[in-house]
Design a protein around this ligand. Structure first.
Ligand code: HEM
Length: 512
């Protein structure tokens, strides 16, 4: 009899527990997001209708019928009108709902913003430390960034930013320039050997991404010894694995949809952390020796404010993921645009001859490479490697008559603003570096309409490093080679976290 009672009590307990779990799941995935959504609606924000549990993901993953990735492009038909190619769903929704609206990633509502004036008013009273990052994206990208600077929030962000900023000072960056010259020269020697053996076609995207990975690893934690090299290989493998597994961000239990990939990414993440910890511990033990001049060495040398080993590991990963692909893609798209515009190759070569001459590259000369600066800006405008930014409101934010409620996720469309005819004029989709000649904003009608490196306190911390690397790599390439698009090049800009050429970038090279 007593056993029966025990079973009844256990059954009841289990029932209550299951009901509680169902309630928790319902709250987390439906009731709370829906409340936030209704609040946004009441505030006047419209948007496409979501469905449970995918939200608007089905529309977002539909193939775009206007693109034809199979067809090769000649340089004359490379179109830079890419917003509707890379974000077809946003371009479509903009037509019905304007430049600020709500859409859903799974059960997470996001406020979409492609309106600089709205962005200006929204961010006017919010300091860097008061911005959050959407929880759902933090979870998804945890193996890449952990709690590094891209993701960390509040007072912790202030502390990290404070410790890290001096490492990117001009004098520290200057000391890294020889590493960049060395890796690039190795790459170009390889190209020379290939060309001499008869293959003049080179996939520039693959080559430059790999060299930029090597450069960022050297400048972040040094890869001159075995552990560093293995970390670099594993970081690359993790990136590929994550691309293949995170297509349903925001959908409940999505990480269980591709468990093999999720586990693989987790395992790689653990291996990378362990290797970086070994590097850091070894450095801590060798404090007597000369401190190394890479970013890790500089962060560890700061005696006042320090980061823990765990924090240093996350920052090294953040530099790698935040820094190498963005810079590599800025260079890759530049090479495409210069290949399609040989007159700009000539102009830049002329400028390099005047400013750098035939001597060694010295970063102090770079201020003189003005036209190269215009070209970089124009490429970052047309093919922004960071295509979007995201935020979460930590408090209610008032914008005119609207209130963005605390907890709202936001998605800022950089590509959309950089291709907005209303902001740039009729020639918005033309490659015209001279628009930056006398104007830092390239003639954009709104100062928040050109944001390749972000805005406010959370502006990119690596922008000077990346500008230096861009100038070094481009100068070395232009002085050794001329190039044109390969006949088989297929122009398919696509988003895989960054904005990249889906089928790589084959170019034909001639040594000068
Ligand atoms: C062309 C190259 C680059 C582009 C286009 C770029 C773009 C951006 C953008 C748009 C943001 C703002 C993100 C946001 O507000 O959500 C950002 C932040 C950041 N970037 Fe870059 N970046 C580049 C190079 C680099 C490099 C070389 C590094 C490091 C070595 C780096 C590290 C970071 C970090 C750590 C943040 C977060 C800053 C913070 O939140 O305080 N980036 N970047």
């Amino acid at each position: 009899m007593e056993i029966l009672h025990l079973f009844q009590a256990l059954g009841l307990g289990l029932g209550v527990f299951l009901l509680f779990m169902v309630w928790r799941v319902l709250c987390a995935f439906w009731i709370w997001p829906n409340k936030a959504y209704q609040k946004l609606r009441r505030n006047g924000f419209g948007g496409p209708n979501p469905s449970f549990p995918l939200g608007n993901i089905r529309d977002m993953t539909k193939k775009n019928s206007t693109t034809n990735p199979a067809s090769p492009s000649s340089s004359s038909n490379i179109t830079h009108d890419i917003h509707s190619t890379v974000f077809p769903y946003f371009a479509k929704w903009q037509k019905s709902h304007g430049k600020v609206f709500i859409y859903w990633l799974g059960t997470e509502p996001f406020l979409y913003i492609a309106e600089p004036e709205f962005l200006k008013k929204m961010s006017a009273g919010v300091m860097g430390k008061s911005w959050g990052k959407p929880r759902v994206l933090k979870n998804d990208r945890e193996p890449m960034f952990g709690n590094g600077l891209v993701m960390v929030e509040g007072e912790e962000w202030v502390r990290h930013r404070h410790v890290i900023t001096p490492a990117f000072s001009p004098s520290n960056l200057k000391a890294m320039s020889s590493l960049m010259v060395e890796s690039t020269t190795n790459m170009l020697d390889r190209w020379n050997a290939l060309i001499n053996s008869g293959s003049t076609e080179i996939d520039v995207e693959r080559e430059i991404t790999s060299t930029a990975g090597e450069i960022i690893a050297k400048t972040s934690f040094g890869i001159s010894y075995e552990n560093g090299r293995i970390v670099l290989e594993k970081l690359r493998a993790m990136q590929v694995t994550l691309f293949q597994s995170n297509r349903f961000v925001g959908v409940p239990f999505s990480k269980y949809m591709n468990p093999r990939k999720t586990l693989e990414a987790k395992k790689l993440g653990k291996d990378i952390d362990a290797l970086l910890e070994l590097i850091i511990t070894a450095r801590r033990k060798s404090v007597e020796q000369v401190p190394q001049k890479d970013l890790l060495g500089l962060l560890m040398a700061d005696e006042g404010m320090t980061l823990t080993t765990r924090e240093l590991v996350d920052e090294c990963k953040t530099f790698f993921f935040g820094g190498h692909e963005t810079t590599a893609l800025a260079l890759t798209w530049t090479l495409l645009l210069l290949a399609a515009h040989p007159e700009w190759q000539d102009q830049l070569r002329e400028e390099i001859k005047e400013v750098v001459g035939n001597g060694e590259i010295n970063p102090t000369m770079f201020a003189g490479l003005k036209k190269m600066g215009w070209v970089m800006n124009e490429v970052l405008r047309l093919y922004s490697p960071a295509p979007n930014m995201y935020r979460q409101a930590k408090e209610d934010i008032q914008v005119d008559d609207f209130i963005i409620p605390k907890g709202t996720n936001m998605w800022i469309d950089i590509v959309g603003m950089h291709h907005d005819r209303a902001l740039w004029g009729e020639d918005v989709n033309e490659f015209k570096p001279e628009r930056f000649k006398d104007d830092l904003y390239g003639g954009c009608k709104h100062k928040m309409g050109f944001l390749p490196f972000g805005f406010g306190g959370r502006m990119c911390i690596g922008r000077n490093l990346s500008m230096m690397e861009y100038r070094i790599v481009l100068t070395l390439i232009l002085t050794r080679f001329s190039f044109s698009p390969a006949p088989g090049y297929c122009h398919s800009p696509s988003i895989l976290l960054s904005l990249r050429p889906l089928h790589g970038l084959p170019l034909i090279f001639q040594p000068l």
